[in-house]
Design a protein around this ligand. Structure first.
Ligand code: MSP
Length: 631
């Protein structure tokens, strides 16, 4: 049996968790759940970083002693992780006695080998980031700004213990060369390499003017509280320096994947490997480095006052939809903008339309034909075999991407397959088939596909996928390597279908638009961004109601030399097809197409909405040629 040890950063506890901390933790949860699905023995560690000047100051502000202050947030973290189905194996706090003792042992060991020594520190320090500014500055220089947060730093001059980082420059460079996949995605290694190549200075790891930290062994006037304390949590949690847990420690270490945000790469890719090398321990196999969640293009952070509360999202959309959205639409390789409008659109199109609706259609149709138990056909037809082949080839790339931490890419591939299953079902038109065997074959192929999809999505949406699998009559009490089983399964399963309420709720465009309305939320955009939007005049040649929707009208719009387009508009409550037919209006022309209620919309109609919610279409005051672009 393979082992998989995954960690999250430990969070500073000055407030409740926000969406950024949820994101790091979710990535680790998905990784752990994926490895469980593969039958691996997994260990998932998360926790809190509780020492340091920043926390001591925050505690003082509210009149609490630091320990009492940090204690007050721990339940908020644990509860939130629990509510989002994050199943960690251990929650470490840097104030845990076992951690404190183990860090002291690490300090002692490195003092003995000479890797930690006492000297004098003078230079600038950023308290919010708990980090020293590198570079040669003297007290007379203007205080430099922090490289991470851009705040002005403070000058300190005091006795300090140092870690001999300079001695590890060559070993680190050799390590990066021999382990090109240490940092995922590899593009993030450039800044690390240039930092190390530019020359490493010894690192100050203790302070005498702060008391909220781990006292140095035999020199309690000094405390260590930042990275020498925090980074070591990854080893102390699994038994480093504990005689009783020696076996356990050597079983789990080195970590297989350490999830971190891009702001803490240097600490994890430079200091941490050097700390481990000095202690004679292996370096972790991979760092999975993700970008930031931004709101209005700015990092979401407590200090910027733009944090999104995961509890509100949970109440409004449910844990699985939020999990899916964060994993699929926040690509780890870049910063990603969060908006509830986008979240609602993704839930509607990806989850409600593409997935939930497919399940609902297949179960409803089977039941309509009084078919509850779906047996596989004796022989699969060509389309069924094609679909199965498409699944197998998707499974290969899905597995590789999940293994490497590119979860968003795995989901993109999986969704392509979901579209193929929808197309298969749609083209086969089972509702018209009179031959019972052929009908059952189409239902069975769709059920086999949904079954595989449900299993592969368990790490991302554990609760909803369990519901979906149950509706197919599949037990979720799994054993062994499920992915392997899927790759060998020649589609011979029997399904027992039960009808369930819609898996996901749909948000229609009108609902979405009204939520974003308040003036205060309208962000300023640059001229360059504005000119990216193509607005174009077209004539509405035809206009019909969209079946099953009380809001949508489908317009066939003539854009002259640019051709005809179908555009859906959520205006039905205020405008009738006759109000629109034959009229000229203004449309967005280069928005990515979107599916609504199973139809594609290739643009948006511009309307003005008054206080009574009456809509008026926006049009030029005189007729202009169709296809005229607004400028
Ligand atoms: N305590 C240190 C980590 C020590 S690990 C040995 C720390 N804590 S933190 O609470 O400030 O941040 C923890 C993690 O949350 C980081 O990986 C950080 O990137 C992540 N996020 C905080 N805000 C974020 C976003 N807006 N978006 C995505 N992740 C972000 O650093």
């Amino acid at each position: 049996m393979k082992k998989f040890y995954v960690t999250t950063p430990i969070y500073y506890v000055t407030a409740k968790p926000h969406l950024g901390s949820l994101y790091s933790t979710l990535l680790a949860d998905v990784a752990a759940r994926w490895h469980k699905l593969r039958g691996d023995k997994t260990f998932f560690l998360t926790g809190t970083d509780e020492h340091g000047g920043k926390i001591a100051q925050a505690a003082k502000k509210v009149g609490k002693v630091p320990k009492e202050f940090v204690d007050s947030f721990i339940d908020a973290y644990k509860d939130m992780w629990h509510k989002y189905d994050i199943r960690y194996d251990h929650f470490i706090r840097t104030t845990d006695e076992s951690h404190v003792k183990a860090v002291q042992q690490w300090l002692r060991k490195l003092q003995q080998t000479g890797d930690i020594y006492k000297s004098h520190y003078t230079g600038y320090y950023c308290t919010p980031c708990e980090t020293y500014v590198t570079g040669d500055y003297s007290k007379e220089d203007e205080a430099p700004r922090c490289l991470s947060c851009d705040r002005v730093t403070v000058y300190i001059a005091e006795e300090s213990y140092f870690f001999r980082l300079s001695a590890y420059q060559d070993r680190l460079l050799k390590f990066y060369e021999e382990h090109p996949d240490f940092i995922i995605p590899s593009e993030r290694s450039h800044e690390v390499l240039s930092f190390v190549k530019s020359g490493l200075k010894d690192l100050s790891i203790s302070r005498t003017t702060i008391s909220w930290g781990i006292p140095f062994p035999d020199d309690p006037g000094h405390v260590t509280y930042v990275w020498a304390d925090a980074l070591n949590n990854y080893i102390t949690a699994i038994g480093y320096a504990s005689e009783a847990k020696k076996g356990e420690f050597h079983f789990w270490w080195p970590a297989d994947m350490q999830v971190i945000g891009k702001d803490i790469v240097r600490f994890h890719a430079v200091y941490w490997p050097a700390f481990l090398m000095a202690a004679g321990l292996d370096v972790p196999k991979h760092l999975l480095v993700h970008g930031w969640i931004t709101v209005n293009q700015q990092k979401m952070s407590k200090s910027f006052g733009n944090v999104v509360d995961p509890q509100l999202l949970l109440d409004a959309y449910g844990k699985d939809a939020v999990r899916y959205y964060l994993i699929r639409h926040m690509a780890i390789t870049q910063d990603s903008e969060f908006s509830t409008m986008d979240l609602e659109q993704r839930i509607s199109s990806d989850l409600a339309n593409d997935l939930g609706n497919l399940l609902n259609r297949v179960v409803t149709l089977a039941h309509k034909h009084e078919l509850y138990e779906i047996r596989p056909p004796k022989n699969w037809g060509a389309q069924g075999l094609n679909l199965r082949d498409a699944f197998w080839s998707m499974l290969d790339t899905y597995s590789l991407d999940m293994e490497d931490g590119y979860f968003y890419r795995a989901l993109q591939g999986l969704w392509k397959f979901i579209h193929e299953v929808n197309a298969y079902f749609h083209n086969a038109e089972p509702w018209k088939i009179t031959d019972k065997e052929r009908f059952e074959e189409v239902i069975s192929a769709t059920c086999h596909s949904l079954h595989a999809i449900g299993i592969l999505l368990l790490p991302v949406m554990p609760a909803k996928m369990e519901v979906m699998l149950k509706s197919l009559g599949v037990t979720t009490d799994f054993q062994g390597d499920l992915v392997q089983t899927l790759s060998e399964n020649p589609w011979t399963k029997t399904f027992l279908l039960t009808k369930i309420p819609a898996l996901f709720e749909k948000y229609e465009p009108e609902q979405i638009a009204t939520k974003e309305a308040p003036e205060a939320q309208i962000p300023v955009i640059s001229f360059d961004d504005f000119v990216k939007v193509a607005l174009m005049v077209g004539t509405i040649d035809r206009c019909e109601e969209v079946k099953g929707s009380d809001k949508l009208l489908a317009l066939q719009v003539n854009f002259g030399p640019h051709g005809m387009r179908q555009i859906l508009a959520g205006v039905k409550k205020s405008l009738a097809p006759a109000d629109l037919q034959g009229k000229q209006a203004v449309f967005t022309f280069n928005l990515a197409p979107r599916k609504m209620m199973g139809f594609e919309s290739q643009g948006m109609l511009l309307v003005a909405r008054d206080e009574e919610n009456t809509l008026t279409i926006v049009a030029p005051t005189a007729v202009v040629p169709d296809g005229t672009r607004l400028q």
